[in-house]
Design a protein around this ligand. Structure first.
Ligand code: AVI
Length: 320
C-alpha cells in the first residue's frame, strides 16, 4: 500500500502545545482579549467546521463547488497537459478532485499543510484514487515561501479555495500572495476562492446559523482550553456573536462574557466583565476589484473572475 511520508520542509511556526499556551495567556491578558482563529481546528473543531460547510446559511462552500464544477474545463484548458497542482492547505478532497478530474494527465498533487495527520490522510486517499499521480505532501506553513521538490511536469497551478484568504488581514493576504508567487514560480497559475461582499443580513446569518453549529464551533475554543490547558471556562457563561464590521469589511466572531467572572486556565486567572468579548476570528469580504488590486500589488495578473448568478462568491484565475 502507498504510504507517503511528509518530505519535511523547514516547517517553521508549527504551533505546538507550548505556543498554544503562550498565545492563550497573551491573548486573554491583553486589554482587548483575542484568541487566534487557527486554534479552532482541533479534531472537534474540524468536525464542526465540516458541518458548517453543509449548513443552509453557509453559502460559500456549495457556491464555490458549483463554480469549480462549471469552470473546471476552462481551468484545465489554461493549465495544459501534465500540470502540477499545489494546494495551500489540504482542504476539501471534494474540491481538489474536481480539478484533478478535469486536468489533462496531471503530473503531481502537492498539498502543503501544517497538520501532518490531516495531510497524510488526504494524500493517502488521493493516491489511492489517482494511481498515475505523484502525490507529494509537504508539512509546513503555507503562508511562507516553500521550496517545492523537483517534480517532472509542465505548468504549476496553485489552488487556495474556501476563502481561507479572508481569514488573513489584507496585508497578510498580500504577503501570502507574494510568498505563493515565489513558491509557485514564473509562469504559474493560481486558482483562488474568495467570498464577496454582500448584504449584511446574509453575511451575518452565514456566521450565526439557526442550528447553532457556528456557535458551537466558536465555543469549542474555550472547551479546547479546558481540555488542553486545564481551564475551567463555563461554556454556558459565554455567548457566540458574529457581526459585520462595515468599516473593515469583515465578519468578526466574538465570545461574549454573559457575566462578571473569573476564569482559570494555563495556571493563570483571567477576569471578564459582563459584556466583555474575546475576539476569535475575522473573515474579510472583498469586492472583485479589491481582489484584483490585492493580486496586482502582489505581482499577479487577474486573468478571469468567475462568480455565481448572485455574485456571492468569486473564483479568481491569476497568473504570475
Ligand atoms: C475557514 N474560513 C474560510 C471560514 C470563514 O468563513 O471564514 C471559517 C468559519 N468561521 C465561521 N464559519 C466558518
Amino acid at each position: 500500500p502507498y504510504n507517503p511520508t511528509a518530505r519535511d520542509t523547514a516547517a517553521p511556526g508549527i504551533p505546538g502545545p507550548a505556543e498554544f499556551r503562550a498565545d492563550v495567556v497573551a491573548g486573554l491578558s491583553a486589554p482587548r482579549k483575542t484568541l487566534a482563529a487557527k486554534y479552532f481546528y482541533d479534531a472537534e473543531g474540524s468536525r464542526l467546521f465540516d458541518r458548517i460547510c453543509g449548513l443552509p446559511e453557509y453559502y460559500p462552500t456549495r457556491t464555490e463547488l458549483d463554480i469549480l464544477r462549471r469552470e473546471a474545463g476552462a481551468i484545465a484548458h489554461r493549465a495544459g497537459k501534465n500540470a502540477r497542482l499545489v494546494e495551500f492547505g489540504a482542504g476539501s478532497l471534494v474540491k481538489v478532485r474536481i480539478l484533478l478530474d478535469a486536468l489533462d494527465l496531471p503530473a503531481a498533487y502537492v498539498p502543503i499543510d501544517i497538520s501532518a495527520d490531516h495531510l497524510m490522510e488526504a494524500a493517502q486517499a488521493l493516491a489511492r484514487d489517482y494511481p498515475a499521480l505523484d502525490v507529494v505532501p509537504l508539512v509546513g506553513d503555507f503562508t511562507r515561501r516553500v521550496a517545492l521538490p523537483q517534480i517532472d511536469g509542465q505548468r504549476t497551478v496553485g489552488f487556495f479555495p474556501g476563502s481561507t484568504i479572508g481569514n488573513f488581514t489584507p496585508s497578510e493576504a498580500r504577503r501570502f500572495l507574494v510568498e505563493a508567487r515565489l513558491t509557485l514560480g514564473t509562469g504559474a497559475l493560481l486558482v483562488l476562492g474568495v467570498d464577496l461582499k454582500k448584504d449584511v443580513r446574509r453575511l451575518e446569518a452565514a456566521y450565526d446559523d439557526a442550528e447553532g453549529v457556528t456557535a458551537a464551533f466558536n465555543l469549542n475554543l474555550l472547551a479546547r482550553i479546558n481540555r488542553e490547558l486545564d481551564g475551567n471556562f463555563d461554556l454556558d457563561r459565554f455567548a457566540h456573536a458574529a457581526l459585520f464590521n462595515e468599516e473593515e469589511s469583515r465578519i468578526e466572531m466574538h465570545l461574549v462574557s454573559r457575566a462578571d467572572q473569573i476564569v482559570r486556565a494555563a495556571d493563570r486567572t483571567f477576569r471578564f466583565a459582563a459584556g466583555e468579548t474575546i475576539h476569535t476570528e475575522n473573515s474579510y469580504k472583498y469586492a472583485s476589484e479589491d481582489v484584483a488590486e490585492l493580486a496586482r500589488a502582489a505581482g499577479w495578473h487577474t486573468e478571469q473572475v468567475w462568480t455565481d448568478a448572485q455574485t456571492l462568491f468569486g473564483v479568481f484565475l491569476l497568473s504570475a
